[in-house]
Design a protein around this ligand. Structure first.
Ligand code: COA
Length: 208
């Protein structure tokens, strides 16, 4: 694995602590996940997507949509949440089969959001690593995700060893958004970077 000369893995105990906060999402989590989703969109995408899109986002609609997704349990799909304090949900990741197989990756991270008051504590790493671990366990060898090119937090994916593998212009909401795809061609190798030192053979994530 190629490492940047100044890159230092974070402390294993910290990673393990953050991983212990990650569990599989359940339909009952839908409302709390929707809250993280809507709040994070509004803080990260302000100025990037039209204001009306952010203003019109509805916690109730998102909640319903997440409840449906989590209830459906479609094959190969999964979702994880990260909890802080007294079981407050502060982050969510969802993943499953690649929606665009032409990119050459088996699976896709559909969403990854951490509430902004919890950024920088390692929850994003734990959720991404947890998703990679779940995908690898289901014999999916690679993964990618799309992120807005102007998203100020997208450099997290560089820090997680993601390679920029594609770009696209998406006509959305009456504007055109530039997106970048980050890919991890080998999830085994990716996990060494994202969860260094953690035991990949650990049993699956606990449920709620
Ligand atoms: C990206 C995001 C998930 C990161 O969550 P987080 O909990 O703050 O990340 P972590 O604390 O786990 O950070 C892990 C590492 O990434 C680095 N990192 C985090 N955000 C970064 C950024 N914006 N730029 C560069 N590096 C970053 C951290 O420095 C840390 O490195 P270290 O462990 O070596 O010190 C969060 O900022 C977020 O929810 N952003 C919006 C998400 C989004 O746009 N999703 C759409 C695509 S699906």
């Amino acid at each position: 694995m190629i490492r940047h000369p100044i890159w230092r893995p974070p402390a294993l105990t910290h990673i393990m602590d953050m991983m212990s906060r990650v569990r599989r999402a359940a339909p009952a989590d839908a409302s709390a996940i929707a809250r993280v989703y809507v709040d994070t969109w509004r803080s990260v995408y302000a100025g990037l997507v039209p204001d009306r899109v952010l203003i019109n986002m509805s916690h109730a609609r998102q909640s319903l949509s997440w409840a449906r997704q989590l209830d459906a349990r479609r094959g190969g799909h999964g979702a994880l949440v990260a909890e802080v304090g007294r079981r407050r949900i502060a982050g969510v990741a969802s993943f499953g089969p690649a929606r665009n197989p032409n990119l050459g990756f088996a699976s896709e991270i559909y969403t990854l959001y951490v509430a902004d008051d919890y950024w920088g504590q390692g929850l994003g790493r734990a959720l991404l690593g947890g998703a990679f671990r779940e995908l690898e366990r289901t014999r999916r060898k690679s993964a990618y995700l799309w992120v807005l090119a102007d998203n100020p937090t997208r450099f997290f994916y560089d820090a997680m060893g993601g390679r920029r593998v594609a770009e696209r212009l998406e006509p959305l909401w009456g504007t055109t958004l530039r997106e970048v795809a980050y890919g991890w061609p080998d999830l085994g190798e990716a996990l060494i970077r994202v969860l260094p030192g953690s035991d990949r053979s650990r049993p699956e994530h606990p449920t709620a």
